[in-house]
Write a protein that binds this ligand. Sequence first.
Ligand SMILES: [Fe+2]
Length: 208
Amino acid sequence: MILKPSSSSLCNLETLSPISSSLLHYSRYRRNGVVVFAKKDSNSSHRLSSTTGVVFEPFEEVKNDHFIIPSVPQVSLARQKFVDECEAAINEQINVEYNVSYVYHAMYAYFDRDNVALKGLASFFKESSEEERQHAEKLMAYQNTRGGKVKLQSILMPLSEFDHLQKGDALYAMELALSLEKLTNEKLLKLHSVKHHPSLHCFICLHS
Ligand SMILES: [Fe+2]
């Protein structure tokens, strides 16, 4: 039911705080103890009553500029409240994951050599390499879900020899791997600190 208050009844209206979501263009008023919802920029013919239960007009609200579907093919259809800073930080982390994956893959190849032949370590680093690649792919999927663009960057050529005079190759490789894990964790924490992106924070917590 549309509420059409008379000029006299409007005099008694007491403005309450606006509804928290800025997407809902309604204000609340109290009239004789009854809360009334009304569109902020509407004329009196669009005022809505709590007695009808109608507080949301989707076909009116999607006319807002925020909800216009882009027609340019280069622009994501899904992107909403996803800033460039967040997009760039995700691409940076994808590069970190790929770099670490590449190093672990090099370790796998080293320990799989016939003259090194530490098959357990080779298998461990192969799995580690695949795991880091999966991390990169999850970030890619999130980037695409949010309407960002994945931009792969260069990765450094890793070492191919992991022998160490004092430590030997196995200890040296494991220590290097531990350092890389700590570094990757630091980078993830940095990504997590990107402000105003609660869904990204949730994503990192769930997948790291
Ligand atoms: Fe990772």
